[in-house]
Design a binder for this molecule. Structure first.
Ligand SMILES: C[S@@+](CC[C@H](N)C(=O)[O-])C[C@H]1O[C@@H](n2cnc3c(N)ncnc32)[C@H](O)[C@@H]1O
Length: 396
């Protein structure tokens, strides 16, 4: 590391578009970028340069990016994007803006703060939106890329340059037990505990969304987070009807994990989960775990059975997988399973059932907001366009 450097001293010819953008007086950034050169990786000439670039949004919720200048430059057209219009059509967006917010941040016993619905929320409704306040390139988690102290300095600058830094500083930092204290600063703890993985183009980042960060975990969540293509906005969609006054929850973990795997993973957030699935009787937990382990085993068994040429056998296993997934309420996993069964039936030359599974997959994907009304060719989705979109040789 060569310590703190000025972005204008280090941008080479490859970065010319960014330089001229900055030089032309049209720079979107509110302050001069604060940059630090990372460590020199083996076999490379020099380390990457990471800069803090802060933008003052019209909404008043500023954003600081800690990325390479090139990555920050990719976000320029999305810095002011309005999440409500990203996730809702024109009419629904207008309606949403007219009503008072259907959620509020409140104190929740045993969990510090959390978010509750202020009215009934319908299944698959997108009802909460947020903009990223801090975005950090995932590279920065790597001690071989940047010194911890330099990362801490970039985080501190990124936060203090926001219009309302206290919104970030007051987020909960968790109390992970067991693992050694690898993080050097309070802000690093806050990022670790509250940020979500996202991407800007093909660069992996983590984004801190200050309202969404107040949502607690549940292993059977009632909502899930969707990212805008820019990676700078999120929308929250309900898996099921949510009653007024009910706590809004998301899963911090991939769905379908067993009890012990969930407990181990949640230690990173420093709490013991007491959701309905985790607080169930020992026999019920064991029954759920057995189903979840069977689901995992079936995924590879189906693949192997199909590869050995036993298509009908693979279909039977696929039906068992569907049943268990439904019993466990793991709805989002159903879409892949329906597509897989459609592919298996096509392999068995049963076009009727293949079409039916295709329709079921399209229905789930549309409900979850992963498919628009029409495909890329502007036609209603059908099995053919679905399989094109979900191409690839793998069954599941
Ligand atoms: C992303 S924050 C969620 C909001 C947080 N409760 C707050 O007051 O800001 C994650 C932290 O919330 C707490 N938390 C989240 N889900 C929980 C749960 N199901 N039970 C207990 N604490 C939970 C843990 O302290 C965790 O580290």
């Amino acid at each position: 590391s060569i310590g703190t450097v000025d972005v204008n001293d280090i941008l080479g010819t490859n970065n010319q578009p960014i330089l001229s953008y900055t030089d032309s007086g049209k720079s979107p950034w509110a302050l001069k970028p604060h940059c630090i050169k990372g460590l020199q990786p083996k076999k490379q000439k020099e380390g990457k340069v990471f800069c803090v670039q802060t933008y003052r949004r019209h909404t008043g919720q500023d954003i600081s990016l800690i990325t390479t200048p090139e990555t920050a430059y990719q976000t320029v057209n999305a810095l002011d994007e309005d999440p409500v219009s990203v996730f809702l059509d024109y009419e629904a967006a207008e309606e949403y803006r007219e009503e008072s917010l259907p959620w509020k941040i409140v104190s929740i016993e045993g969990k510090d703060m959390g978010v509750k619905a202020t009215r009934k929320i319908g299944q698959y409704e997108t009802f909460m939106f947020d903009q990223a306040s801090i975005v950090v390139a995932l590279d920065l988690d790597n001690e071989a890329v940047i010194k911890r102290a330099d990362y801490g300095e970039l985080l501190e600058t990124a936060t203090s340059q926001l219009g309302n830094p206290d919104t970030i500083r007051k987020l909960c930092k968790g109390s992970p037990d067991g693992s050694p204290p690898v993080r050097s600063s309070h802000l690093e703890d806050i990022m670790e505990n509250n940020a979500f993985g996202s991407s800007i183009g093909d660069i992996e980042v983590k984004g801190l969304f200050p309202s969404i960060a107040r949502i607690n975990h549940d292993c059977v969540p009632n909502a899930f987070i969707m990212f805008s293509p820019s990676g700078l906005s999120v929308g929250l969609k309900a898996y099921r009807d949510i009653a007024a006054g009910e706590e809004i929850t998301v899963s911090y973990l991939p769905l379908g994990m067993t009890h012990s795997a969930r407990q181990a993973a949640l230690k990173g957030w420093g709490f013991e989960c007491s959701c309905s699935l985790c607080a169930d009787s020992a026999s019920s937990i064991a029954a759920h775990d057995a189903k979840r382990e069977r689901i995992k085993a079936l995924e590879s068994e189906i693949q192997a059975t199909f590869q050995e040429g036993f298509v009908q056998g693979a279909i039977r296993l696929g039906q068992e997988l569907l049943e268990l997934t439904r019993e466990e309420g793991l709805t989002p996993m159903l879409a892949d399973e329906y597509v897989m069964l459609a592919k298996l039936h096509l392999a068995a030359q049963d076009e009727g059932p293949a079409e039916e599974y295709g329709e079921l997959a399209i229905e789930v994907l549309k409900d979850l907001g992963f498919l628009g009304d029409v495909d890329e060719g502007g036609k209603e989705w059908d099995l053919e366009s679905l399989l094109r979109a979900f191409g690839g040789q793998r069954l599941i």
